[in-house]
Each structure stands twice: as structure tokens, then as C-alpha cells.
Design a protein. Structure first.
Lengths: 304, 354
């Protein structure tokens, strides 16, 4: 993690750039999908990694969005976005990484989001560098990671452009959000046993940016991922219900309405049970812009 | 002529005395469970709400419509399901302990838990999203079938190799099948680590999402299984003297064992399929009753039903309010309350016999 400090200069650089170009884009987040948002094809440093293995879906999205896609030789089994990853999709596991399997791709850099299994030490022992981007808690940390990653893989300009694009889109969404006298309340559902998130989490911070109030904050427990009781959710009667369990657990607005005792909820009767994309909700890649926009649209639907 | 007469009368009255106490405890536990929760009507309104539901009784409890919904659609099915699950697990545990003549046996002995866990894992891995529109939720179904198949396998293995010491072989076969199913489950989780949390939350127990549908789903199995087990309580008493001895007295030991295992497995699989794996109830409650009311199965089995239900209903209450408005998994609570309580009882009993 010593590398982190050395990269601060890059972060600051990116941040100044963000401030300078704020609001230059029309707000489209297609940066998330396209491999090189601003057509950056400038030469990358000769010592930049050419054989990157990414074991983190969030960072895979970042790598492709900053134009480093062609340097990626393998991604883990869950890195399914953007569609370009198909060519390099492997069976490698992000949760149970196997050094031998990784080394078979002869990487010069391995990108991970979690080193709890000690994989970086094992990789170092066979001379392979590792870059770790831990799960962030704020949007600024996401920008920092993109900038850091850009420096590490020799795509500084691509990273700067992506950060600038994301932050201007996000500024636009936030400033365009209606001011509410009474903050709307919401419940973010992680699975069908009512696990949720508090505002301390990264995903929770996105809702806070739009002035929403999280019913799960009442738990005040030591976990940011509490399992709420159904009685509590129903009694709180949140204005909005966001389903981040549409893929994992097949939950939909219809199945929520069919839950006993839930049929009379404000969000259900007003059609404000919003089906989100589980993948985006659990990652912190460029598509957080899309997620934030989906929240803003839902809010606009309530205020309507 | 006068001597033998008082004895049966005393036995009968003593047994019914225990039953009355246990029934009263269950009623209190039910009421308490219905009154306590993170939301819903004020606790003192709940008895009024319950009275209001009785035929020919109309009481205004003063609870709002929302509070009434919380009570009847969310809390009551949970309390009732906890009761059913607790009753079934402790009855099955007591019966298993009787038929295997082993005090350390629990209802999961022959592989029900591991089989059900494997079944649930398969459905979750295969992706529940695509199965959500099915007319029957495949998750409890797979858990139920998984539990039954595991025990069937155990029985076939046990029967194939153990003619003489049938019970011991069966227990060992259960250990083997449990390990096998657990290994397959672990392998599947390793290959699909993204579903670990879902499987984990299934294993920890799912009383928190109980509905009346769950109650309707398990009730028939539990009634049949419970009826068969209770009908065998006298035969289990005969078995207490030993398998060979019981055989020589004319008791059909093999048939009793098969019937009890089938009935207990059916009931256990059914409750596990909706509640997940709730430990400790099946082993602790029967032992507690043995300490308090003696080891006769004629008393033990009915009391296991009543007190098992009462125990799990009460154990679920801290789960609801301990970290209000968040949940504490029921499996954690049963062991956390159960283990120290068990030790205290064990200790006081040792003191008494010394």
C-alpha cells in the first residue's frame, strides 16, 4: 500500500482537472461503456503493464473505461461488463484466487479489490505486481482510485477524462434533483431476507447525495449491512423501495407487492418500488453515474 | 387389595399435571411472542386484538390498520411457525434419542440438515431469479427433497452393511452422508462464491420472513409426522431396555426404528425447508424435560411438543428486539440462550443426585 502515497500527486492532479472542466459534458454517462471516452490513444509509458489480470469487476469496468482494455488479458468470472470483457472472461475467482491459475496468464499486473486471502504476497513471491483498490465509502475515493489506476497502467489522460466526465454528470444530476421540504425515505433491499445498507456504505452515500433518508440508519448497530425486520420496514412505510436483489433473488415490484402485509405500503401503491441492477449496486465503477441517475429518476417520479 | 390402586391414579394425575403446566407455558410463550416486536401495536393491545379474532367476540383494540397488519401478517405467522418448528425439532430429537438409545443424537443426525442445505444451495446456485415465476417456490422443495434423499441414502448404506449392530451402523452412515453432502455443498459454494451470503442466510434460519403460506406448507407434514411419533411413545419406552431385550420381548425393533426414522425425517425435512437450520432445540429441549419430568417417553414426547414450541417462540423474541430494528439470527439466539441454561440445569441435577 506504500504505492498509494506516491500516487497522491496524480489524485490531486485529477481533482484539479475535475474542478476545471466541471460541467463541460452534456451529462451522458456513456463513458462507462466505451473503452476510450475521449479518444485517448496517446502513447502509454513503455514500462506500463501490458498483461493485466483483473480480479475485481469494479476495476475491470474502470480499466476498460480509461482505455486500458487492450492491456487486459484476463478478468475474473464476474467481470461481465463492458461487453468487451467477453474476449478475456475466465473462470478465475475473485473470492478464492488461485496463484497458479493467475500466473498461467503471465500477468505483469494483477488488480484486486480485496487482499484478505493474502494473494498479493503469493504473487509477489513469484515476481508479479499487485494493485489493490479496496471498496470505497465515498465518491471521492472512487475518483482517487480511477486516477491511481490510470497512473499505474499508464492511462493518466483516460483516467482524468473519465473522472471529469463522471463528476460533471454527477454534479448535473445532483443539481437537477428537486429540493424537497420533507426528505423522502427509502429502503435499499440487498436480498429477500431484508438485508439492507446504511448511509455509511458507498451505495448509501449515493442516496444521501440526493437528499434521501435511509430507514436502515435507525439500526445504529455495528454493521453497515443490517438485516431489517419486516415489521420495521412496513411500519416505516418508506416512500421509495430500491431492489438491488432483482438478479440474485428474482425479486421484482410484483413479488414485493405480493408479500403479506406489504400490499398497503406507500411505495407499493404508488408504484415506487424500483428495480435496480444488482451488479451496478454492488460495484463502484463508472456506472455509479447510471445508478445515481436511476435514483434521481425515481425521486422525480415521486415528486412528479 | 388396597395397595395397587393408588399407584396408577398417582401416575396419571402426575402426568397430566406436567401437561397442564407445559400447556400453560406454551400459552404464555405464545402471548409473549405475539406482544413483543420492533413495531406493531402497543403490547397491551395485542391480547385485545387476539380476543377480537375469537368467534362471537368483538373488542376494539384501538390498534391502527397498519399495526393490525403488522401483527397478523408479519408477526403472527412468525410466532406460529416458530412454535411448529420448535415442536417438530424437539419431538424428532427426542424420538431419535429413543430409537438410537443415544443422548447425543439430534434430529439432524442422519443427514437431514446437510441434505437440505445441499438442496437449497443447488437452487440458489442454479439462480433463483429464473425460478421465481414458478408456481411452487423451488427453494423449500429442494431443501425438503434434499433432506429426504440424504436420509434415504444413509438408510440404504446402513442397511447394506449393518445387520447385527443396525443402530450404530446407521449413525455412522449418517456421519458419512453428512460429510459427503457438506463436501458437495462446499464445492458448489467455492465455484459460485457470489451466492455465499444467500446460502449463509438460509442456513442461519429464516423465521424473519415467515408467512402464513410457510405455515400452511409445513403443517400437514408436521401433523402426520407428529401423530406417528406420539403413537410410538410406548414402544420407545420398551426400547429403553435395549434392542436385543426388546426384541426378545416381542417388540418389532426394526419396524419401530424404520417408522420413527421415516416420520421424524419427514417432519424435520419439512420444517428445515422453511426455517433453515436451527440448532440446539432438538437436543436441548428433550434433555431438559428428562431432567425435570423423568425419562419415560410417554411423558417426554408430548412435553417435547409443548415445550419445544414454547422454547423456540421465546428464543425468537430476542432475535426480533435485541438489535431492533435489525434482526439477530434465530440459530445464534437458540445456542446463546440455550447453552448456558443447559449447563445450569446439568449442574443443578448433578448436585441433586450427589
Amino acid at each position: 500500500m506504500k504505492q498509494v502515497h506516491r500516487r497522491w500527486s496524480a489524485v490531486l492532479l485529477a481533482a484539479t482537472l475535475v474542478a476545471a472542466c466541471g460541467g463541460d459534458d452534456s451529462g451522458s454517462s456513456d463513458a462507462s461503456g466505451s473503452p476510450s471516452p475521449t479518444g485517448v490513444e496517446s502513447s502509454i509509458p513503455a514500462d506500463a503493464p501490458q498483461r493485466i489480470v483483473s480480479l475485481s469487476p469494479s476495476h475491470t469496468e474502470m480499466l476498460f473505461a480509461i482505455g486500458a482494455g487492450e492491456q487486459v488479458v484476463a478478468v475474473d468470472s464476474l467481470s461481465t461488463y463492458p461487453t468487451e470483457t467477453e474476449a478475456v472472461l475466465t473462470d478465475l475467482s475473485a473470492f478464492e484466487p488461485n496463484v497458479e491459475a493467475i500466473s498461467a496468464y503471465e500477468p505483469d499486473l494483477v488488480v484486486i479489490s480485496d487482499d484478505s486471502s493474502g494473494i498479493s504476497g503469493q504473487l509477489a513471491a513469484i515476481g508479479i505486481d499487485t494493485w489493490i483498490g479496496l471498496a470505497p465509502t465515498t465518491l471521492d475515493e472512487v475518483y482517487e482510485q480511477i486516477a491511481e489506476l490510470g497512473v499505474r497502467v499508464g492511462r493518466v489522460e483516460g483516467a482524468e477524462a473519465l473522472v471529469a466526465d463522471m463528476s460533471s454528470s454527477i454534479d448535473e444530476i445532483v443539481s437537477g434533483a428537486p429540493a424537497l421540504d420533507e426528505p423522502l425515505t427509502y429502503y435499499h433491499e440487498l436480498d429477500d431476507t431484508y438485508f439492507s445498507v446504511t448511509s455509511n456504505t458507498f451505495i448509501g452515500s449515493l442516496y444521501s447525495m440526493l437528499g434521501l433518508r435511509n430507514i436502515a440508519d435507525a439500526t445504529e448497530g455495528d454493521t453497515d449491512y443490517p438485516q431489517l425486520s419486516a415489521e420495521f420496514i412496513v411500519t416505516q412505510d418508506p416512500d421509495l423501495i430500491f431492489l438491488a436483489d432483482t438478479k440474485c433473488c428474482g425479486v421484482s415490484a410484483d413479488t414485493v407487492a405480493a408479500r403479506p402485509g406489504w400490499e398497503g405500503l406507500t411505495a407499493v401503491t404508488n408504484g415506487n418500488v424500483i428495480e435496480m441492477d444488482d451488479d451496478i449496486a454492488s460495484r463502484w465503477g463508472p456506472r455509479v453515474v447510471d445508478y445515481l441517475r436511476a435514483i434521481a429518476d425515481a425521486v422525480a417520479g415521486v415528486v412528479g | 387389595m388396597t395397595a395397587p390402586v393408588p399407584a396408577p391414579t398417582a401416575t396419571v394425575s402426575r402426568r397430566s399435571w406436567w401437561l397442564v403446566i407445559a400447556t400453560a407455558l406454551l400459552a404464555l410463550a405464545f402471548l409473549f411472542g405475539a406482544m413483543i416486536g420492533p413495531a406493531g401495536p402497543a403490547w397491551w393491545r395485542v391480547p385485545l386484538e387476539l380476543l377480537d379474532r375469537l368467534p362471537f367476540v368483538s373488542v376494539d383494540s384501538g390498534a391502527s390498520k397498519l399495526q393490525s397488519t403488522v401483527l397478523w401478517q408479519i408477526r403472527m405467522p412468525r410466532v406460529v411457525l416458530a412454535g411448529i418448528v420448535g415442536a417438530m425439532l424437539s419431538l424428532a430429537g427426542a424420538s431419535f434419542q429413543g430409537v438410537f438409545r443415544n443422548p447425543l443424537v439430534d434430529p439432524y443426525l442422519l443427514g437431514v440438515a446437510a441434505g437440505a442445505g445441499l438442496g437449497a444451495t443447488v437452487v440458489i446456485v442454479v439462480n433463483r431469479a429464473s425460478t421465481q415465476s414458478w408456481p411452487v417456490d423451488p427453494l423449500p422443495l429442494a431443501a425438503f427433497v434434499g433432506g429426504l434423499v440424504a436420509v434415504l441414502l444413509t438408510y440404504l448404506v446402513g442397511a447394506a452393511f449393518g445387520a447385527s449392530k443396525a443402530s450404530a451402523t446407521l449413525v455412522l452412515a449418517g456421519v458419512a452422508v453428512t460429510s459427503l453432502a457438506t463436501a458437495i455443498q462446499t464445492f458448489m459454494l467455492q465455484k459460485n462464491s457470489e451466492v455465499v451470503r444467500q446460502v449463509y442466510s438460509w442456513i442461519l434460519g429464516r423465521l424473519s420472513t415467515a408467512t402464513w403460506d410457510d405455515v400452511r406448507l409445513v403443517a400437514p407434514y408436521v401433523i402426520v409426522s407428529g401423530g406417528v411419533l406420539l403413537a410410538h411413545r410406548r414402544l420407545l419406552d420398551v426400547l429403553r431396555i435395549g434392542e436385543d431385550e426388546a426384541q426378545s420381548l416381542g417388540a418389532p425393533v426394526d419396524r419401530i426404528r424404520l417408522t420413527v426414522v421415516v416420520a421424524a425425517t419427514l417432519g424435520t425435512s419439512a420444517v428445515v425447508s422453511v426455517s433453515g437450520l436451527i440448532g440446539f432445540v432438538g437436543i436441548m429441549v428433550p434433555h431438559l424435560i428428562r431432567f425435570l419430568a423423568g425419562a419415560s417417553y410417554r411423558r417426554l414426547l408430548p412435553l417435547s411438543v409443548l415445550l419445544g414450541a414454547a422454547f423456540l417462540i421465546l428464543a425468537d423474541v430476542p432475535g426480533r428486539i435485541l438489535s431492533d430494528p435489525a434482526e439477530t439470527p434465530i440459530g445464534v439466539v437458540t445456542a446463546f440462550i440455550g447453552a448456558p441454561f443447559f449447563i445450569v440445569v446439568l449442574r443443578s441435577r448433578q448436585g441433586a443426585t450427589r
